[in-house]
Write a protein that binds this ligand. Structure first.
Ligand code: SAH
Length: 342
């Protein structure tokens, strides 16, 4: 049986048409699923009886379950999300004034093996389906009773390496008969997966994009991000320029500052030069240490010295303090797990 929550509203319309019922029933199914959160076709009385009977035989309802919840002293909440096959990924809810941002995972494990990130330590397991990606939001809203307002694709995995499913999930998040999250409230974060950035540009969906840069010098970047050997910083910039030409809004660069590795004056200069290639926002993120790697967080002086150079070069930046660090929910601390007994 297929999971009904893998379908966008357009997919559902095709189901309607193939069954000979009017396409507007797709809208009703969507409202039941995402507004009223009904997971039972028998409880959708406005659908024709025969169509309902068909849906029952053809589709099931995916279940992403919040298995564990850890609350940080700063209000950030990390969830362990159980998937139907016994795998689990993490999602993080970051409340901030009126905003409730959910950081979602897109893959169980990761193929890219960045040398500072725990997500890929146990290799890659599989892509998450659209139902499992959106299911993280449904599970969080069920737990908390409050609406998620923003989505960041910054959990486990590389979203652009699971392009088709992520784009279906985006369509479901954005649907005005369902979750209604605006396109500018969705951020796709990428390690610099160039073919994916190209596809995102072609799609013209208008999502925000954030690039995990971490070094502007190719030799250094390749040392910590093997993906750079395939698509280097020059290729990334070329692709981002095209993205900007089409979308006309600033690209975000993330730069984790690792003590003694990418925090020198020369690194800051290279970064300043690089980001000027395209209208941008720059986030400097002090590295979140992990027992799995030998890197250290930068000292206050290191951060200060680094940003002084950015300032002197006329580059604007924000320093992002890791939210949820006390519960290992900060950037790059999220994992994929296999549940015991699964
Ligand atoms: N694959 C995507 C999505 C993962 S997002 C990407 O690379 O962007 C996770 C973000 O956390 C990325 O910017 C990643 O580089 C960053 N990150 C990973 N490990 C980190 C750590 N230990 N401290 C701070 N940021 C980290």
């Amino acid at each position: 049986m297929k999971d009904i929550k893998n379908l966008t509203r357009d997919d559902l319309k095709e189901v309607c048409i193939s069954r000979g019922v009017p396409a507007f029933h797709a809208q009703q199914v969507f409202e039941w699923l995402y507004r009223r959160r009904v997971d039972d076709f028998s409880l959708m009385p406005n659908l024709p009886v025969k169509f309902r009977e068909y849906l029952k035989t053809a589709f099931c309802f995916s279940q992403v379950k919040a298995l564990k919840k850890e609350v940080s002293s700063d209000g950030t909440v990390k969830f362990l999300m159980g998937l139907p096959d016994g795998l689990a990924v993490e999602s993080v809810l970051i409340p901030e004034k009126k905003r409730r941002t959910l950081c979602v995972s897109t893959q169980a494990g990761c193929k890219f093996g960045c040398k500072f990130c725990v997500s890929g330590l146990n290799g890659f397991k599989r892509n998450l389906t659209p139902g499992e990606i959106c299911g993280q939001l449904l599970a969080v809203e069920k737990e908390t009773g409050e609406k998620v307002t923003n989505i960041v694709f910054m959990g486990v995995g590389e979203p652009l390496d699971n392009f088709d499913y992520v784009m279906k999930a985006v369509a479901i998040f954005m649907d005005n008969r369902g979750l209604e999250i605006g396109k500018r409230k969705i951020v796709i974060s990428t390690c610099g997966f160039v073919p994916g950035i190209e596809k995102l540009t072609e799609s013209g969906v208008g999502l925000r994009i954030s690039v995990s840069l971490h070094a502007a010098d190719d030799k250094k970047r390749s040392q910590i991000m093997p993906v750079n050997k395939k698509w280097n910083t020059g290729q990334i910039m070329k692709t981002l320029k095209k993205f900007y030409e089409k979308e006309q809004f600033a690209i975000t660069f993330e730069y984790i500052l690792i003590s003694g590795f990418n925090s020198s004056e020369k690194d800051a200069e290279a970064l300043s030069m690089y980001v000027k290639g395209v209208p941008h926002k720059l986030n400097i993120i002090p590295y979140n240490p992990s027992e799995h790697f030998d890197w250290n967080a930068p000292t206050g002086d290191e951060v200060g010295g680094f940003v002084d150079i950015l300032k002197s070069r006329g580059v604007f930046y924000t320093i992002r303090r890791g939210r949820g660090a006390d519960i290992s929910a900060a950037c790059g601390q999220l994992k994929a797990q296999i549940l015991p007994g699964a």
